[in-house]
Design a protein around this ligand. Structure first.
Ligand code: ZN
Length: 91
């Protein structure tokens, strides 16, 4: 059996999503801090100022948003056509 991935972070850039190991995350953060312009990840080169460094849990948000789902002010997810009824529950 393959071990669970240690890649809990990913970068997001214009639809590209590349999962990173802790080591790669540290490298990218240090490059960002040092004012470096570009970073090479898995053979691709990205402009550091334009990439988002996101955590695995953000992937859920990304996937949902792609499907047209939206999050209401109560932090609950709704289908594209669904209306939020949470304000009624919270009154
Ligand atoms: Zn709602």
């Amino acid at each position: 059996m393959k071990q669970l991935t240690d890649k809990t972070w990913f970068i997001y850039y214009k639809g590209f999503q590349i999962w990173l190991s802790e080591k790669e995350v540290k490298l990218i953060k240090s490059l960002m801090a040092s004012g470096q312009k570009m970073v090479e990840i898995s053979g691709r080169v990205f402009p550091l100022q334009d990439i988002a460094l996101l955590k695995g849990e953000d992937n859920t948000r990304l996937e949902k948003t792609k499907k047209g789902e939206w999050q209401c002010e109560w932090g609950k997810w709704h289908q594209r056509s669904e209306q939020c009824g949470h304000d009624k529950l919270h009154q």
